[in-house]
Design a protein around this ligand. Structure first.
Ligand code: FAD
Length: 462
């Protein structure tokens, strides 16, 4: 691990902090608070990493969960806050950027390269989003205070770029993009876990802003987990695995662990889904099925050899309206968003599914049907059947440690609350803070790290 720089903050008023949940958000914040001199303990019910974990399939190691590292400037801001010089993650550009999008109107690589018939339309689209580019890291990492001139400037740039359109589909419609590009752009609203009709317009700009800078650590996504844990260890953070919190006494800073042990801290931070926290506080858990973001079935397959597929293929649903109606009703959509990541003999097929907590395995008829569609569109019939082994992580898996039904990005917020402009409930009660996917809208690595940077600063100001 790198040495701390001279910029390390003085450990003023060290406190004992208990963090609930050892996903990326919990361990990222733990490192930041440890750096400020606090004595930090992370309580994790299972294994550290949350949605990012290692599984072995057919003798091959896979890193589950996130596979695309976008907006790496947020990671650099995180390292800078820690006073770390250099970057042990060794982020490498991912070949093909955001991947080849197989829309019903034709295939769209993102970014669209020069010489491609869609290149001029892509450049016009990119130009529309560009004024936001210098401000995006600010929006992701700065407490949303309109009294802060830096945040105000970034918000103004967001308003200018989105042009007053509330939703991703309204923004896409207003730009009159060619149908294939419009469909491919709309697909990325699903990074908020929502159909483009329900996602904030910012999500329609994300491909333009992210496509040129998609990365992955040289040794795989697991390096992010290892690095965060090492950064925390170097700052005295203790991560207790297999330590499930079953009750939280917010005002008293107390928590109970499964098995009966009681712990007390000066400060508690929940890095859990907010609905889970509500349950631990003894409050009603409100999560109607139609107000959840999507879940998924992640299939990790060990192939006998290379698949020959590009690094990333994206297969959107043919009709977002049909898809939206199905997932809101908790029904399996006739065709769903599939992301396919190929890396030598490793294949990951991520199928979007409604957040109903179902245990959908590789042999479920719907999963088989979706895999068949993927293989047909990619021209690789029978690819998954040729695998030496396949492991599936279904909505039931994501529900076990996350939002009810396994909603990957938590509750679906109304569109006007879903972007970075709305102040989130970072402070749940005196002495009880929140971070993580369900708090910083949209989730994903940049939002989770950005949310940790925001809460670190807000705690320091109290
Ligand atoms: C299939 C898939 C693909 C994805 N792809 C991408 C991608 O390409 N790029 C990207 O940026 N993001 C991606 N994401 C999203 C990203 O993985 C998540 O946003 C991020 O990992 C969430 O981190 P978190 O810490 O907020 O939550 P989690 O990872 O859910 O962590 C919460 C932790 O709390 C623990 N916990 C729960 N209850 C308790 C309790 N009572 N006591 C103690 N511990 C408890 C859980 O076990 C878990 O470890 C993907 C997610 C999935 C599932």
């Amino acid at each position: 691990m790198r040495q701390r720089s001279a910029l390390s903050p003085q450990p003023s008023a060290p406190r004992s902090v208990g963090i609930l949940g050892g996903g990326l958000a919990g361990i990222a914040l733990a490192a930041l608070l440890g750096h400020r001199g606090h004595a930090v303990t992370v309580y994790e019910r299972d294994r550290a990493g949350g949605k990012l974990r290692r599984v072995t399939v057919g003798g091959l190691d896979f890193d589950t969960g996130p596979s695309l590292f976008t907006f790496p400037d947020v990671w650099r801001a995180f390292l800078a806050r820690l006073g770390e010089e250099g970057d042990s993650l060794d982020l490498r550009p991912l070949p093909g950027g955001l991947g080849l999008h197989h829309t019903p109107f034709g295939a769209v690589p993102m970014p669209v390269p020069p010489g491609h018939p869609l290149h001029p339309a892509w450049e016009a689209y990119r130009a529309a989003a560009q004024p936001l580019a210098p401000h995006l890291t600010t929006l992701l990492t700065t407490p949303p205070h309109l009294t802060d001139p830096i945040f105000r400037r970034a918000s103004a740039a967001l308003f200018r770029a989105t042009g007053g359109h509330l939703t991703a589909s309204a923004w896409v419609h207003s730009r009159r993009l060619p149908p294939a590009l419009a469909h491919a752009v709309g697909t990325h609203a699903l990074n908020a876990g929502l159909a483009p009709q329900d996602a904030p317009s910012l999500y329609a700009l994300i491909p333009a802003l992210a496509a040129g800078d998609v990365a992955r650590p040289a040794s795989g996504m697991g390096a992010l987990l290892d690095t965060l844990l090492a950064l925390g260890r170097a700052r005295g953070v203790r991560v207790l695995e297999g330590a499930e919190v079953v009750r939280v006494g917010a005002g008293r800073g107390s928590l109970s662990l499964r098995g009966g042990e009681e712990r007390r801290h000066d400060l508690l931070v929940s890095a859990l889904d907010p609905a889970r926290l509500a349950g631990l506080l003894g409050r009603p858990v409100r999560s109607p099925a139609h107000r959840r973001t999507v879940s998924g079935v992640a299939l990790y397959a060990a192939l006998p050899g290379e698949s020959g597929l590009p690094a990333t293929s994206v297969l959107p649903p043919a009709d977002f309206g049909v898809f939206r109606a199905a997932v809101r009703a908790g029904a399996l959509p006739p065709d769903t968003l599939a992301l396919v990541h190929a890396d030598g003999p490793r294949l990951a097929v991520l199928l979007t599914a409604p957040a109903t907590g179902r245990d959908l395995g590789p042999d479920h008829p719907w999963v088989r049907g979706q895999v068949g569609r993927v293989e047909h569109l990619l021209g690789v019939p029978g690819l998954l059947a040729s695998a030496r082994d396949v492991v599936a992580l279904p909505p039931a898996h994501y529900a076990a440690g996350g939002h009810p039904g396994g909603a990957i990005y938590g509750a679906a917020l109304p569109v006007w609350r879903g972007g970075p402009l709305h102040p989130q409930t970072y402070r749940r009660a005196p002495g009880l803070w929140q971070v993580g996917t369900g708090v910083h809208p949209g989730g994903g690595i940049p939002a989770v790290l950005g949310g940790a940077l925001i809460v670190d600063r807000l705690i320091a100001q109290t």
